[in-house]
Design a protein around this ligand. Structure first.
Ligand SMILES: Cc1cc2nc3c(=O)[nH]c(=O)nc-3n(C[C@H](O)[C@H](O)[C@H](O)COP(=O)(O)OP(=O)(O)OC[C@H]3O[C@@H](n4cnc5c(N)ncnc54)[C@H](O)[C@@H]3O)c2cc1C
Length: 388
């Protein structure tokens, strides 16, 4: 049996472990995860939303599989008599564009419709009629997802994938991986902090925001960095009926979360440094986030912040898209990294894709070769215009 070691047991590593163990007897899968509490893992600190409104075909296709997987998850990831529930709800995403951004929204719309995405372009008056609680000043065009978009409990998704992988025979080892033993262009073992060495036939880098350090053990430069993002939670005395996840023209986003809301905004580029401590940036709420929201949603003038947390985007600085597959310099090190803020929704497609690559040497269900490492080496960015 092929021994596969996966470094990182977040949503990506656990999805890969789940898909690899679906057919008993093919692989001996071990996931090396240093923190079973996932205190700093992106999968536990995510906004856990899913959209179809991407600007690249491969991202659209991955999310189409993602939503199908989430809808069926209770049956697919059932263990014994227990069916997991991730509380998927599908109120859509709403992207707002200024006159400058409207052309991009139209361009994306053509691509999305060509892939069967259920999405509508709305002029400001149509938007106002549909969602009367929005102020449309400065909005030239809006794009609203009508199905297949919404949010879910990301931590439960991670636990459901992990639980099913375990039930199918995967092993989770609590340890800090610290290096590779290599011979003849292959990795032969992973060294863990205890001094132990775990032999392997294939290795997957699923180390999320810490993936570049793992790649460096094989002398591979992975352009993925940990970039802190703060998510605020807040309450509002007024309700916003049929509220989707709204992405404002300023880049600020928010969505309902139970009876409250959550939202955030990327920091200015000059403050967006690598590996900042995971401390929520409370100051940004009053300085930039709330003012942007209150202009767009007049009811939010009366909102009250109820909390905040920070998590790392595992940002692919090259083109803000995942890197999935092998690197030419190492025959058995698979990458599933750099999801840049859309990795939870992509974990089913990425997990299935990596499992197929390991088993068959090629993608069988969905061609993910547009996300190969090769594009980085050849300097061919696959630019995703809809990065939140
Ligand atoms: C604030 C925020 C909002 C987000 N919103 C969304 C969203 O709305 N929709 C969406 O799809 N995605 C979203 N994302 C992105 C998504 O959460 C991530 O892309 C996804 O969770 C990445 O999963 P992962 O398994 O690769 O990483 P992680 O969940 O970080 O898992 C990596 C694991 O590797 C382990 N590890 C690392 N190095 C080692 C080592 N050397 N030895 C042992 N273990 C190691 C870590 O302990 C960690 O548990 C968001 C992320 C953040 C931070």
């Amino acid at each position: 049996m092929q021994r596969v070691l996966i470094i990182g047991g977040g949503a990506i590593g656990s999805a890969i472990a789940y898909f690899l163990t679906r057919r008993p007897g093919s692989f001996a899968v071990t996931v090396i995860e240093r923190d079973p509490g996932y205190r700093q893992a992106s999968s536990a600190l995510s906004a856990s939303s899913i959209r179809q409104q991407f600007s690249t075909a491969v991202n659209i296709r991955m999310s189409q599989y993602g939503i199908a997987f989430l809808r069926d998850l209770g049956a697919t990831l059932r263990v014994g008599g227990t069916a997991p529930d991730v509380g998927l709800t599908e109120p859509g995403y709403l992207f707002l564009a200024t006159a400058t951004g409207a052309a991009v929204l139209r361009e994306n719309h053509v691509l999305q419709r060509a892939h069967g995405v259920d999405v509508a372009l709305l002029a400001p008056d149509a938007l106002q009629a549909r969602l009367p609680w929005i102020a449309v000043e400065g909005v030239a065009l809006a794009s609203l997802g009508l199905s297949g978009e919404g949010w879910f409990d990301g931590y439960n998704l991670l636990q459901a994938l992990r639980g099913k992988a375990l039930a199918q025979g995967a092993r989770y080892v609590q340890a800090q991986a610290g290096g590779f033993a290599r011979a003849g262009g292959r990795i032969t073992a992973i060294q863990v902090e205890t001094g132990e060495s775990l032999p392997c036939d294939a290795v997957v880098n699923a180390a999320g925001p810490w993936a570049a350090a793992v790649a460096a053990w094989a002398d591979i430069d992975l352009p993925v960095r940990a970039r802190r993002r703060t998510v605020f939670s807040f309450s509002c005395p007024r309700t916003l009926p049929a509220c989707p996840l709204v992405v404002d023209t300023t880049g600020a986003w928010f969505r309902p979360e139970g009876r409250q809301f959550i939202g955030g905004m990327a920091p200015p580029a000059e403050e967006d440094l690598d590996d900042l401590p995971l401390v929520a940036q409370y100051d940004a709420f009053e300085a930039s986030f709330w003012p942007a929201l209150a202009l767009r949603i007049p009811a939010f003038e009366a909102l009250r912040m109820t909390g905040a947390w920070a998590g790392y985007y595992e940002m692919n600085l090259f083109d803000h898209n995942a890197i999935i597959g092998l690197h030419p310099d190492c025959a058995n090190l698979y990458f599933a990294n750099g999801f840049s803020g859309h990795g939870l929704q992509q974990c089913p497609a990425a997990g299935r894709g990596i499992a197929e690559l390991i088993e068959f040497g090629e993608f069988r269900s969905l061609d993910l070769s547009a996300l190969s490492f090769q594009r980085v080496l050849e300097d061919r960015p696959l630019v995703e215009k809809n990065v939140i």
